[in-house]
Design a binder for this molecule. Structure first.
Ligand SMILES: NC(=O)c1ccc[n+]([C@@H]2O[C@H](COP(=O)([O-])OP(=O)(O)OC[C@H]3O[C@@H](n4cnc5c(N)ncnc54)[C@H](OP(=O)(O)O)[C@@H]3O)[C@@H](O)[C@H]2O)c1
Length: 255
């Protein structure tokens, strides 16, 4: 799908090394948005930036760990220097590390909370001034947070991941009260099962791709990253007074 309204915008996309973030960056760039690609794997980001540039788009690869405040500060400074003011932020970076709470995996709890919630807050804080300024000048400004269906559907052993996503969904709703009156739109997207790298970090064989999650992929045709990218591009290309604030996108066969 083509979205002419995206031409001339400037976006930051976190999680752009793979999955939904990469697909969203690719689609935004194909529609004329300059994109800053953020994630930790710089090689992946550079490859994507080269691909976008070769196709006639504009992209900069910015290695960034959203769990590290200094890394986010440095990235924000590089983006301002390289692309100027940002008017679209997509928070797609995330990790999903299920295990029973009784296993006491504080390492995983910390990583999920710091990436999926505090990391999003760091990125919002880094660019909210840009978003407000763009809106104040009459431009369109968007904050898009990728939450999850897990924010309100209970999956056994996903309690901490789900809690981070429930917090993110609520954060998105609450932020509308701060940003909406300043013409900055806030959108929260809750995808269901989507075919990405997300499940590859699960270290519990019973829950991972050789276990429960793999069985889900075999029984349900998942969404693709491109499906989510298309929803994001559609959402942020609406007229500036229209805020699609909450989207739930499920594979047709996912209950
Ligand atoms: N796939 C699904 O079924 C599904 C469903 C609902 C919601 N979601 C959510 O969708 C979002 C995108 O995930 P995905 O499915 O596209 O999985 P993915 O392919 O694993 O993408 C996650 C991205 O986040 C980046 N990332 C992870 N930790 C980071 C950190 N500390 N700093 C910066 N970047 C970091 C990863 O890149 P690096 O490793 O290079 O940093 C990667 O590019 C996540 O928030 C996820 O929770 C996914």
């Amino acid at each position: 799908m083509s979205y002419p309204a995206l031409s001339g915008r400037t976006a930051v996309v976190t999680g752009a090394a793979s999955g939904m973030g990469a697909a969203t960056a690719r689609l935004l760039a194909a529609n004329g948005t300059a994109v800053a690609l953020l994630a930790r794997r710089e090689g992946r980001l550079k490859e994507l930036a080269e691909e976008i540039t070769a196709a006639g788009g504009r992209a900069v690869a910015v290695a960034c760990d959203v769990t590290d405040q200094e890394s986010v500060d440095v990235a924000a400074a590089r983006i301002t220097a390289g692309l100027g003011r940002v008017d679209l932020v997509v928070n797609a970076a995330g990790v999903m590390l299920p295990n029973p709470v009784d296993d006491g995996r504080a390492d995983e709890w910390t990583r999920m909370i710091d990436t999926n919630l505090t990391g999003v807050l760091r990125v919002i804080r880094a660019f909210s001034g840009d978003l407000r300024a763009a809106a104040a000048e009459g431009g369109t400004a968007d904050l898009v947070n990728v939450s999850s269906i897990a924010s309100h559907v209970v999956f056994p052993d996903y309690a901490v991941y789900a809690a981070t996503k429930a917090a993110l969904t609520h954060l998105s709703a609450a932020l509308r009260s701060e940003y909406g009156p300043r013409d900055v739109r806030v959108t929260n997207i809750e995808p269901g099962l989507t075919d990405t790298e997300l499940g590859t970090h699960i270290d519990n064989p019973a829950l991972g791709l050789d276990g429960q999650l793999g069985a889900m992929f075999r029984s349900i045709q998942p969404l693709t990253s491109e499906d989510i990218a298309d929803l994001i591009a559609y959402t942020v290309s609406r007229p500036r007074h229209v805020n699609l604030r909450q989207l739930i996108a499920l594979p047709t066969h996912q209950a």
